[in-house]
Structures are given as structure tokens and as C-alpha cells.
Design a protein around this ligand. Sequence first.
Ligand code: UD1
Length: 375
Amino acid sequence: MKKIISVVGARPNFMKMAPVHKQLLKHKSKVTHRIVHTGQHYDRKMSDVFFRELELPKPHIYLGIGSRTHAVQKAMIMTEFEKVILKEKPDLVLVYGDVNSTAAAAIVCSKILTDSGRSVPVAHIESGLRSFDRTMPEEINRMITDVLADFLFVTEPGGVKNLLNEGIDKNKIFFTGNTMIDSLGSYLKKAKRSQILKELCISPKNYTLVTLHRPSNVDNKENLKKIISIFKNINKLNPALDIVFPVHPRTLKMLGKFGLEDHFYSIKNLIVTEPLGYFDFLNLIRNAKFILTDSGGIQEETTFLKVPCITLRENTERPVTSEIGTNVICGLDEKKIMKHIMEIENGKFKKGRTPKLWDGKAAERIVKVLLKKLK
Ligand code: UD1
């Protein structure tokens, strides 16, 4: 019997892991799967709700690290996760995406020798993505994880190219598709039953959905002011359009710190909510006229659902979403943003296609490779 440990910590990890967990359960005579939650995200609304909705078991091991400075958070995850590895002796560790928990776990595995004298093998799910912007903490996490991983599972063709350019052995790279889209596909029916539109008193295609939490946008007063000004211009362009904004804890904290709360709450038609669960959020994406975001995953979910997405970043590590999907990269360039909103209002915005292998079967392909390699 082989033992696989998945390490998750922050909100976007959970939906990437869920389909892999379900596939592994199908092979439970050959492999046990244990879930380690680092506690990077600890609020009920940032973590528990996802475990419940994604039908995941309670994490087998909870490290309870919580919010810290970058170095302390990673160091504490590493210290605690090392103990887990020494005790559990897994045959393989799975890490997901690009958060601090991902890179911290990969580093630990690379430095522990197993009984066979090798380091603990690591598989990186959502490997190869690059924004080429090293000011993003996530970019550093991606690079560290990919350099250490033994199996690299890639979501879009550009990712394979990036890894090859970095000199990664092609035998370690597998283009298997996107497990986040596996989750979206399998939970869409349930998400459609969410009552969130009724609860917020909004109607389909008559609101924009906003998410913002990147340090480059929200940890900078001038940029936060620019963003508020963009919302006020949207008010002018379409006075009937609601602006639905589930606010990330980091963003809320920064609005307070910079004394911008009054300015923010004077935006018209603004509906602020706490972070939402998976089903409510998917239902809001599906019915939105368009999305304004700086998230990574939402660029993919909107491409899959064919909803226009205006990304408030200078770059994307997910180029397939702008090349063939419904995403446009605008930074905080107000002119560009308003131009695209006009296109959406006039029905002239691009339509987009579904990227290759975003077919709901990524986890199945990944588990097939893993079982073969673990023999
Ligand atoms: C992290 C990930 C980011 C991901 C995002 C999704 C890294 C480097 N960043 O960013 O890639 O897109 O999660 O949400 O790993 N906080 C709470 N409750 C929580 C979690 C956080 O209040 O449950 C607050 C804390 O005050 C913390 C701040 O949010 O200081 C930021 O949390 P942190 O996990 O450091 O990064 P995120 O901005 O959430």
C-alpha cells in the first residue's frame, strides 16, 4: 500500500485538490491519501466552507500556522511539516498552485531522505505557470516548487514551454489539464441552486463581480484610490449596474489602514459581502455581466464559463485565458478598462473558446500517471 500526502493551506488550493482526492479514493486498495492543512487560511469563510461543499474529509493533520510575515509563515510551515513527513513517511507529496504552503512543503520534501536514500518525491499540480514578474510572491513560489518537483502537472500548453525553457527534464512534465476546472464542472449543477442572487437582491447580467487581494493592488494607497475611481466611472457609465464585492480580509484591512473606507463606501450600487463559499461564488460568476479581478483562478473560471473578465494586473501567468479565453489584461489603465466595459455593454466583447484538456478529466489523468510512477 502506497501513501500519498496532499498539502493545502489557502483557499485556491482546496478546489484544485478535491478532484484528485476523489480519483485517489477509487484506488484505495493501492493507495491511501492523507490531507495536511497548514492553516495558512483559517477563517471559516476562507477554508471550512470549501471542505464542506467540495465533500472533502476533515484534514487528517492540521498544522494551524495562520497569518504571519512571509518568512515566519513559511518557516513555521516547514518546521511543522517536517515532523509530519518524518512520522508519516509518505511515498509521495502532492502540492497545489503557488501559495506559501506549496513552496514550503516542497522545500521540506527535497531535504528529507527516505529509507531508500532519496528525497521524498513531490508532484506539483498546476506547474509551469509564469507571470515573469518576480515582485509577485506567487511567482517565486512557483519557481521554487517547479525546480524541486519530480512530477510536474501542467494546465496549459504555455506551461510546458516555460518548464522546458528553464531546463526541466521533459520526462518529468505532463500536460494533463486543469483540476480547478474539474471541480467547476462537477459542482456547477449544485452552484446553480445557490440563492445568492436573491439574497443580494440582484438580477442576472445586471451586476459586475469584483475580487481584489493582490499586494500590488491593495497594499498600495495610490492604487487602491485608482481602483475606487474606476468603480465611480463604472457608476457613471451604467448607473443601473450593481457592483458586487466579496471583500478579502487583506483588502478590508488595507482600506482601513489607508483611511479610504468612506471613499470606498461612497461608490454607488456597491454591495459588499464577506468572502463567499464556493457554490455562491460560482453562481455569481456565471450570472455576472462581467468580472473585475486580480485573482489567478478566476481568470480560468471565467474563461471556462465564457464570462468577460477584466484583469486588474499588468500580466498573467495564465496566458491561455487572454489568448483564447474571455480574459483581458488591463492593469489599472482606466481608459483600457472602460473601453472593454463599453464593448461588453455594446455586445462587442470577444466570445472566447475553452482551452485544450479543460474537460473535467485532469485529475483522472494525473492519478493515472502517479499510480504508474509509484509502482
Ligand atoms: C494567499 C495566496 C494567494 C491566493 C490567496 C487567495 C500566498 C503568497 N498568497 O494570499 O496566492 O490567491 O491566498 O485568497 O500564499 N487573513 C484572514 N483570514 C484568513 C486568511 C488570511 O484574515 O483565513 C488575512 C490575514 O490578515 C493575512 C492576510 O489576510 O495577513 C493575507 O493572508 P495570506 O494568506 O498571507 O495571503 P493572501 O493575501 O490571502
